[in-house]
Write a protein that binds this ligand. Sequence first.
Ligand SMILES: [Zn+2]
Length: 201
Amino acid sequence: MIIYGTRATHLESKNLIGETCPQCHKQGTINMSIFGRYAHLFWIPFFPAGKIGFSQCTHCLHALEVKEMPDNLKRQFQRLKASVQYPRWHFTGLGLLALAGVALGIFLKEENKANQEYLASPQVGDVYEYKTNTDHYSTLKVVEVKDKSVLVLENLYETEARGQVHTLNKEANYTKPAIEISKQELQKQYEEGKIFDVERD
Ligand SMILES: [Zn+2]
């Protein structure tokens, strides 16, 4: 199974009226063809990876790669190559990546907005995911909401993997007594990145 690599597709061919075949010396029998190479990943064309060319005589069928061509044919190759564009579909993967980037950007922005709203008006049951002083990760759970502060229970456990922190959110992991944190302090810790996510059911 080939997951990535390069392929080539035919872009353009042109008959070179004024050129002579180096093999059979007939004039006007040389066809120059340009192929566009592209890198693919999981069969999706990703980005162009250069142009290659061949010439072939329609009379004697003698074919030449660029490096084998006499100088006059090399010049013709360069000229034709410069005039041919890569087809758009050779850029499919890059286009998809750009779209994914835009979608991710929108998602992150929306999530950030939601987190800020949750922190500004906390509810009982909200879970704050935060970074500990030893660069581990743990959670706090809101058990009471006051006018300018919240009461939270601390999680007994922490993890080294940020992506795993949600697995710590179990009722039995939380320990009393509750501690009080002002809403202002919550905002500050979010802005500093100490609290990095708010989960609400
Ligand atoms: Zn020929």
